[in-house]
Design a protein around this ligand. Structure first.
Ligand SMILES: [Zn+2]
Length: 98
């Protein structure tokens, strides 16, 4: 039997951080991809890490998101952009920034 800090059946586990902010599982899910890419502030990274060390549900979701991101990025790496399309995009972007 697993015991999760603050876990109550039917409710999201709640975690108290050092700043006594609450982060729900829903809030953590929004941050997971940025957490994987380390695009959060150091304080946000700490808050998510604290939640993940106590919440098995979100920790499993982290593993799923990471596997999906790796898969998607591998697939994207195989897609070749036509040379003319790349040129058109750069032309459009340069016009937009004038
Ligand atoms: Zn959670």
């Amino acid at each position: 039997m697993l015991f999760i800090l603050g876990f109550r059946p039917g409710l999201s586990p709640l975690i108290f951080t050092q700043n006594y902010d609450l982060m729900t599982c829903g809030e953590i899910r929004w941050e997971l991809n940025d957490y994987i890419d380390r695009e959060l502030t150091p304080e946000e990274m700490h808050m998510v890490t604290t939640h993940l060390t106590a919440c098995v549900i979100c920790a499993e979701q982290l593993l799923l998101n990471r596997a999906q991101l790796i898969h998607i990025r591998r697939q994207l790496g195989r897609i070749q952009m036509p040379a003319h399309l790349e040129a058109e995009i750069f032309t459009t972007l340069s016009r937009a920034h004038r």
